[in-house]
Design a protein around this ligand. Structure first.
Ligand code: NAD
Ligand code: UGA
Length: 490
């Protein structure tokens, strides 16, 4: 079954109610966001468009398990709305032409070359959207920045929109709004239904009110904040920087706990009770992952340096440096505990996603940690409930062992870097030397250590980088335990 944009003749004048919304980008933000919008605004048609045909096909799949994104609760909403007022397609031109409001929800990764490489955001996808909108939009269109963008990108978008109009649309007009998304993966649906706040930045109050009226369908008025465009753009980068900073802060103290006999869980509890600090985002772990924290902080660093504030840039860059150090620390500790050599040792990796309840692996600490362990000669048995073998293979840039066996060239190239993905059966643990928990999936907190310990090769280790296992059960099963931030086990 496939679902196409419905036929809709655009008739909007500003101050009329929004009837047709287009979202460019059917990714982790565009897909879930528009699904929730369509569920809450039945009188509006939502067309989510993307250039990636495979992704759109997956969004239109009859089998809801095949949606391109795993997010708890998403499948039910898609089932309810798709084909009614929610449509996924590659018909970019048509959907732009019909839309009263267009969300730009495309990727904004870090530039890999040219000026600002390694720090500044690559805005080529945003620019391409702006050019397409300018070309195809008709009458008046409100363009909403949903992607996370550097401060003052609104200015660039406006310039492109106004300067690239073809003759037949020369009278078309635009308003730009910034409406950054604060959802976190794994809890996206709840975050979209019950956000702490919705931020709308803009210059034209009528345009702000139009977007406000959409959110008003389910968000209490007092949670909808209006700011100017630049404050809104900068607030998004700042929010991510503050959150990531907390993770690096607690991870730095975790390392100190390990060295001093303190326990990071006790320290987190103690500081979190201070209402000025708060209990959230102080879980020690292998380091933050995800597609945004690193790129958004590096973007902030770039902006600070660009505006002549190198001390500000250095301050935020240290958050990212600490994070890389912490990720590398995990593989160094594993190597050290396993007598300084991993050659030929079997290591079970539990979890590859950057956090639980998502299939996203972008910047997952698992990638760097697994690469280092493979480099040391370990043989990895990887499990993750939602990440595919193909994705792991792409992330590691090494084919799995079964593919290597079939292909003599691969076999030669990767003979000392063996990994495969398995189901979590009891056999999974046969002859394993160490178990490394990298993602906090609930199933890993419910493992039967008595049963597992009989399968392992002694002396076997459990490395818990997410603080989810029961210490007593692991130790009573005769296994060695290392836990991030726990100095009491030394
Ligand atoms: P994503 O890579 O999952 O999705 C982006 C999609 O845009 C891709 O499918 C791509 O094919 C499509 N695209 C790019 N250019 C296009 C064009 N010209 N026309 C049509 N489609 C186009 O990215 P994402 O994770 O959804 O993130 C999108 C933005 O939202 C980023 O700026 C990110 O920083 C921000 N953000 C992400 C999250 C998150 O949790 N992932 C949360 C908040 C904000
Ligand atoms: C984060 C923000 O939380 C969202 O508000 C924001 O919209 C989003 O980035 C974005 O702009 O992309 P997300 O990356 O999906 O969301 O997930 P988080 O829950 O923030 O976790 C990020 C990383 O930090 C994960 O690897 C997680 O395991 C780690 N983390 C988080 C910790 O190690 N400890 C914590 O206490 C919290």
């Amino acid at each position: 079954m496939s679902f196409y944009c419905n036929k809709f003749i655009k008739q909007l004048n500003l101050n009329e109610v929004i009837k047709n919304v287009c979202c460019i980008g059917a990714g982790y933000v565009g897909g879930p966001t528009m699904s929730v919008f369509s569920d809450k605004c039945k009188d509006i048609v939502f067309n989510v468009v993307d250039v990636n045909e495979e992704r759109i096909e997956a969004w239109n799949s009859d089998d809801l398990d095949k949606l391109p994104i795993y997010e708890p609760g998403l499948d039910e909403i898609v089932e309810r709305c798709r084909g009614n007022n929610l449509f996924f397609s590659c018909e970019v031109k048509k959907c732009i032409a019909e839309a009263d409001m267009i969300f730009i929800s495309v990727n904004t990764p870090t530039k890999t070359k040219g000026i600002g490489a390694g720090k500044a955001s690559d805005l080529k996808w945003v620019e391409s959207c702006a050019r397409q909108i300018s070309k195809y939009a008709t009458l008046h269109t409100i363009v909403v920045e949903k992607s996370t963008l550097p401060v003052r990108t609104g200015e660039v978008i406006k310039e492109i929109l106004d300067s690239s109009k073809p003759l037949e649309n020369k009278n078309s007009t635009f308003d730009i709004l910034s409406n950054p998304e604060f959802l976190a993966e794994g809890t996206a649906i709840n975050d979209l239904l019950n956000p702490d706040r919705v931020l709308i930045g803009g210059e034209n109050q009528d345009a702000i009110n139009e977007l406000h009226s959409i959110y008003k369908n389910w968000i209490p008025e007092e949670k909808i904040i209006h700011t100017n465009l630049w404050s809104s753009e900068l607030s998004k980068l700042t929010a991510n920087a503050f959150l990531a900073q907390r993770v690096s802060s607690i991870n730095s103290i975790g390392a100190l706990c390990e060295a001093t006999g303190a326990d990071i869980r006790e320290v987190s509890r103690a500081i979190g009770k201070d209402s000025r600090i708060g209990a959230k985002f102080i879980n020690c772990g292998p380091g933050f992952g995800g597609s945004c924290f690193k790129k958004d902080i590096l973007n902030l660093v770039y902006l600070a340096n660009y505006f002549g504030l190198p001390e500000v840039g250095d301050f935020w860059e240290s958050v990212v440096l600490l994070n890389s150090w912490n990720q590398n620390r995990m593989s160094r500790i594993i190597l050290q505990k396993l007598f300084g050599t991993l050659t030929g040792k079997k290591i079970a990796i539990l979890g590859f996603a950057f956090k639980a309840n998502t299939n996203d692996t972008r910047e997952s600490p698992a990638i760097q940690i697994c690469k280092s362990l493979l480099e040391e000669g370990a043989n990895l048995k990887i499990h993750d409930p939602k990440v595919s073998k193909k994705q792991i293979s792409n992330d590691l840039s090494i084919p799995p062992e079964d593919e290597c066996i079939k292909n003599p060239e691969f076999n030669k190239l990767y003979s000392d870097k063996k990994w495969n993905k398995y189901s979590l059966t009891e056999d999974f643990f046969n002859d394993v030397d160490a178990i490394v928990i990298l993602t906090e999936w609930v199933i890993y907190s419910k493992l039967d250590w008595k049963v597992i310990s009989n399968k392992l090769r002694s002396p076997a280790w459990v490395f818990d980088t997410r603080l989810i296992v029961n210490e007593q059960e692991v130790l009573e099963s005769g296994l060695n335990l290392w836990r991030v931030g726990d100095g009491t086990l030394n």
